[in-house]
Design a protein around this ligand. Structure first.
Ligand SMILES: Nc1ncnc2c1ncn2[C@@H]1O[C@H](COP(=O)(O)OP(=O)(O)OP(=O)(O)O)[C@@H](O)[C@H]1O
Length: 258
């Protein structure tokens, strides 16, 4: 491979995965650069979540390797430096009796029940994380009383509280209205810009996300495209539509993605 591992946050090397006799990923190879904001797009069932699970070590591929920040995944032990907001965050049990503050503090300990024993420094981190997603005014509100978009921000704050180098979000705007999802993308762009963090956003939202990400990868069992946003926008709509199996309008904007 051509890139130096030092500049790579995630390297996926010839990865193949199947559930039983169902092939889901075939020979996926890609490097995700440190500090990039990647939009990972693909039709339903194209293997996006499975690829993310392999990257997070939640699924073991039958073939190929994953490297995180230069370490082979089985040697990697900086897991607190990786934040993950799963699709499941959208179906969070909203009757769960915890405030936004408590939900975020769980990101420090990974389990419920310890938030009563936070040190002052930990509390500060929780406030900072809530502030970074503009949710500090809702800190003492029960998570179940917040809107879908607001809950999503709290889950991002929970992932941010351990100061991750890499944040992976799997379809974070499903079930969130268009206005909230646009402001959510703006927030991600700001977090990316201000924190020098590598971000991977799994989404169906091929039109809107190109305003916010630096790079795009199109997955459908295999990687069909991987490049920067400009290259993606200038690649023909026909190619992208062929990839999706139906017409997709790729928006072209007159602005700089640098
Ligand atoms: N645990 C599982 N057991 C068997 N098959 C599975 C399992 N999880 C996913 N699949 C199948 O693997 C394929 C890829 O699923 P995956 O969730 O990775 O796709 P996706 O691109 O994230 O889809 P979506 O955009 O709809 O969330 C699908 O056909 C799915 O039905």
């Amino acid at each position: 491979m051509k890139n130096n591992l030092n500049s790579i946050a995630i390297r996926v090397d010839d990865l193949s995965f199947h559930y039983g006799d169902k092939n889901v990923l075939q020979h996926v190879t890609m490097d995700i650069k440190k500090g990039s904001f990647l939009g990972l797009v693909g039709p339903n069932g194209s293997g996006k979540s499975t690829l993310i699970k392999c990257i997070l070590g939640l699924q073991k591929p039958q073939q190929g390797n994953v490297y995180l920040f230069g370490e082979k995944i089985n040697k990697f032990n900086d897991w607190e430096k990786i934040g993950y907001v799963s699709q499941k965050a959208n179906s969070f049990n909203t009757a769960f009796p915890a405030t936004a503050f408590e939900v975020v503090s769980m990101g420090l300990f990974g389990r419920v029940g310890l938030f009563r024993f936070l040190k002052a420094a930990d509390k500060r981190k929780v406030w900072e994380a809530l502030k970074s997603v503009n949710m500090e005014q809702y800190a003492h509100q029960n998570i179940g009383e917040l809107s879908g978009g607001q809950q999503q921000r709290v889950f991002i704050a929970r992932a941010l509280v351990s100061d991750p180098m890499l944040l992976i979000l799997d379809e974070p705007t499903v079930g969130v209205d268009t206005e909230s999802s646009e402001s959510f993308y703006k927030l991600l762009k700001e977090l990316h810009y201000n924190n020098n963090m590598t971000l991977v956003l799994v989404t169906h939202d091929v039109g809107v996300m190109t305003d916010y990400v630096t790079d795009v990868a199109c997955l459908n069992k295999q990687i069909h495209f991987h490049g920067n946003t400009r290259e993606f926008e200038t690649s023909s709509s026909e190619n992208i539509s062929a990839f999706y199996g139906h017409h997709v309008h790729v928006l072209h904007h007159d602005h700089d993605h640098a």
